[in-house]
Write a protein that binds this ligand. Structure first.
Ligand code: ATP
Length: 313
């Protein structure tokens, strides 16, 4: 969980009453006005305040007939990491698309329900407008621009940001977070390793200084050591004040950094709880945590879940 940064009560000299940084203070968030200050080891630091996300009873249909989401509700509280688990085809990616405004580009449509960030409905906003409102998505499969350089990929992530100073500050923050990218700025992105490409995909999303980050299976296809590194990076991004909705099939990793989690099955949420509750849940253990040869399986294969569902009618 995010710490409370406002508890000291004394105003940071970087910030004016309008929420913008005062002249002479170099800060990544000068134009967003979203930061609050804290004093740590004698120096001021500005961090964004994570956004909250509410998804209420959302239904998504592709091509007018394929029902991918059948009334999904979930919540990410400001400053939280929330894990969204589920087998292939459960609807996790569709949920992220419904939030980020990318559902139309896949011939899909939200036919019912509401999505709100910080209490404001996203209905009617297109994808760039949603990025501007503080939401960024890292798509599954590290969809970076393979032919472009690392630098060009990063700058593409800041397309919606007009303020040049803010872009340079975000770039510096990303390169501090991922020193390997600084060393490869002119390299063609397609030649990076899988782990480096994932870092670039995350770095590109951070270029718009999001307050809510949607991550679609960042561990997919990566070696365990790199998965642990990515998990640490996601935790770090969250500690700096960004809320995270983390879609994962690697439940162990996701629940090790999340506060809470949801499990999806065929377009519905079938289980939710704190990370500890989910880690202790027998069905989750059997389906996702290495019980009885588990891996990328489904709740449908879990005997006790099937029994429970039958009893529940
Ligand atoms: P995966 O881990 O395999 O990506 P997922 O949980 O993210 O799975 P989705 O990709 O959201 O699941 O898919 C949910 C359902 O919607 C599936 O039945 C899938 O076939 C269908 N679907 C997803 N994208 C499209 C699309 N562009 N057109 C038609 N059907 C789609």
């Amino acid at each position: 969980m995010q710490e409370s940064f406002s508890s000291r009560g004394s105003a940071c000299p970087r910030w004016s009453s309008t929420g913008r940084a005062r002249r002479g203070y170099d800060c990544a968030l000068t134009t967003t006005g979203l930061g609050r200050c804290r004093e740590e080891e004698g120096r001021s630091e500005v961090t964004p305040t994570g956004a909250s996300l509410e998804v209420r009873n959302v239904e998504v249909v592709y091509d007018g007939v394929i029902a991918a989401l059948r009334g999904v509700s979930l919540e990410v509280r400001a400053g939280e990491i929330v894990a969204l688990l589920g087998a292939n085809g459960a609807g996790k990616t569709s949920l992220l698309r419904a939030v980020s405004g990318l559902i139309d580009t896949h011939r899909g449509e939200i036919t019912k329900g509401e999505v709100a960030v910080d209490g404001r409905a996203l209905q009617g906003k297109d994808a760039p407008a949603i990025v501007k409102s503080g939401v960024a998505q890292v798509m599954e499969g590290r969809r970076i621009f393979q032919e472009l350089s690392v630098e060009e990929n990063l700058r593409a992530g800041a397309m919606t940001v007009r303020d040049r100073g803010a872009v340079e500050a975000s770039r510096e923050r990303v390169l501090e977070m991922f020193p390997v990218l600084r060393d490869r700025l002119r390299s063609t992105a397609g030649y990076l390793s899988g782990g480096e490409q994932q870092m670039l995909a995350i770095g590109r999303a951070l270029m718009s200084s999001p307050r809510l980050l949607l991550l679609d299976e960042p561990s997919l296809g990566l070696a365990p050591q790199i998965v642990a590194q990515i998990a640490e990076i996601v935790s770090g991004i969250n500690r700096e004040g960004t809320s995270v909705l983390l879609v994962e099939q690697n439940a162990q990793t996701a629940l090790s950094i999340a506060a809470r989690g949801y499990v999806m099955e065929t377009g519905r949420i079938v289980l939710e709880g704190s990370a500890d509750e989910l880690l202790a849940d027998r069905d989750v253990q059997e389906a996702y945590l290495g019980g009885a040869g588990a891996g990328r399986r489904s709740f449908r294969d879990v005997k006790s879940y099937r029994r429970r569902k039958r009893w529940a009618g």
